[in-house]
Design a protein around this ligand. Structure first.
Ligand SMILES: [Zn+2]
Length: 324
C-alpha cells in the first residue's frame, strides 16, 4: 500500500503521513491540530530524513507554518511515534508532552543493552531453544532511534491540553500496548486520536515484560474504556480512519478473548512452555523479530490467564511451564 498524501480532514485537523523505515507499518499518521493560530502535532515518526521530509512537505502542501507549532504531543514511547521528537523539539523550540509514566520509562527506552538482557532472561525462563535465542533476542539500535530527552511537560489521565479558543484535548491514559500510552479526545468534535491503542486492521502487539504486571489485563481494560465512552470517529496512528471506535475496540476485545480461550485449551491438553504455545498459535516461518513479538504476546496472554486463576504454572529451576 502506498503512502497516502497529506490531507486536511476538517475542523482544523490535518493528516500528514510520515514514512517509516519498515515494510509494515510503512508510515505513521501524524496529526496537526490547528487552533487559535497555533499548531499541536500528534506523533512524529522515526528520526530519519524521509520522515522529516514528509512532515516538511506535508506542512508546505497544506499551507501550514512549522513556526506555528507550539506543542509536540506523543501518544506513546515507541520509536515510530517518538523517534524524531528530539530533532523537532530542537528545531521548533516547542513543548514536548507525554504521559507521566514516560518520564520513568524513557530510561528503559534509552537502554538497549538492558532490554536485550531482559529479553535473554525472558527467553530462558519461557522456553526459547538455545539455537534461536541469539536471533530472537537480538537488539540493534538503529540510527533512526536516537537516545531521547524526557518530555518537558507531563500529563495524566483526565488532564486537558489547551489549544486556545476554548478548544482542548482530553487525555485518556490507555496502557497496554505501552504503559505510557494515551489517547486524546478533541473537545470540539469528540474525535479520538487513538495512537496505536486501536488500529483499523491489525491488533497492536501486547508485549510482556518482567516488571509491567498484567499488560494484557491493562490493555483489555483500556479497550473497555473506549466502549464505555461510546467512542465514534477515531483517527489512528497507522492505517485508515475508523468510523466507530467503540465497535473496533469490541472486535479487538473478541480477538483477545478467542486467543485466551485457545491458549487455555492448549495448555489444558498438554503442559507447555510459552514458546511452545506460541509455535502452535501463530503462523509458521515468522522471522526472528516477528517470533519475538509473537512470543512476548503469547506470554502476556498466558500470564493474564494465570493471574485470573484460569491456568496454573510450574516453575522448575527458573523454567516456567503452563498447565491447565
Ligand atoms: Zn506504532
Amino acid at each position: 500500500m502506498s503512502i497516502p498524501p497529506p490531507q486536511s480532514l476538517g475542523n482544523g485537523i490535518h493528516l500528514i503521513p510520515a514514512s517509516l523505515p519498515f515494510k509494515s507499518p510503512a508510515w505513521v499518521n501524524t496529526y496537526a491540530v490547528e487552533s487559535n493560530g497555533g499548531i499541536l502535532l500528534i506523533d512524529c515518526g522515526t528520526d530519519w530524513e524521509p520522515g522529516r521530509q514528509a512532515i516538511r512537505q506535508g506542512f508546505a502542501d497544506l499551507g501550514l507554518e512549522e513556526s506555528a507549532v507550539h506543542t509536540l504531543l506523543v501518544s506513546h514511547l515507541h520509536p515510530d511515534h517518538v523517534g524524531m521528537s528530539g530533532r523537532l523539539v530542537d528545531e521548533w523550540g516547542c513543548r514536548f508532552v507525554m504521559h507521566s509514566r514516560a518520564a520513568k520509562l524513557i530510561g528503559r527506552y534509552n537502554d538497549s543493552p538492558g532490554y536485550r538482557d531482559r529479553l535473554v532472561q525472558i527467553a530462558s525462563v519461557h522456553g526459547i531453544p538455545e539455537s534461536v535465542t541469539e536471533a530472537t533476542t537480538r537488539v540493534d539500535r538503529p540510527e533512526y532511534m536516537p537516545l531521547l530527552e524526557p518530555p518537558d511537560h507531563l500529563v495524566d489521565d483526565g488532564d486537558t491540553v489547551d489549544l486556545g479558543d476554548g478548544r482542548s484535548l482530553e487525555v485518556l491514559h490507555t496502557p497496554g500496548h505501552e504503559p505510557a500510552h494515551i489517547c486524546l479526545r478533541d473537545s470540539r468534535t469528540g474525535i479520538l486520536f487513538s495512537g496505536d491503542h486501536i488500529l483499523p486492521r491489525i491488533s497492536p502487539v501486547i508485549m510482556y515484560d518482567f516488571d509491567l504486571g498484567d499488560v494484557l489485563g491493562d490493555y483489555l481494560g483500556s479497550l473497555q474504556r473506549l466502549i464505555a465512552l461510546e467512542v465514534g470517529i477515531t483517527y489512528p496512528a497507522h492505517g485508515t480512519l475508523i468510523d466507530q471506535g467503540d465497535e473496533r475496540a469490541r472486535q479487538i476485545l473478541l480477538h483477545h478473548d478467542r486467543r485466551l480461550l485457545d491458549m487455555a485449551e492448549l495448555v489444558r491438553e498438554a503442559d507447555m512452555t510459552a514458546w511452545e504455545v506460541m509455535l502452535k498459535s501463530f503462523r509458521p516461518n515468522l522471522d526472528p523479530l516477528q517470533s519475538r513479538l509473537a512470543f512476548l504476546e503469547t506470554i502476556s496472554h498466558l500470564e493474564h490467564l494465570r493471574l485470573g486463576g484460569r491456568i496454573r504454572v510450574e516453575n522448575q529451576d527458573g523454567k516456567v511451564t503452563y498447565r491447565g
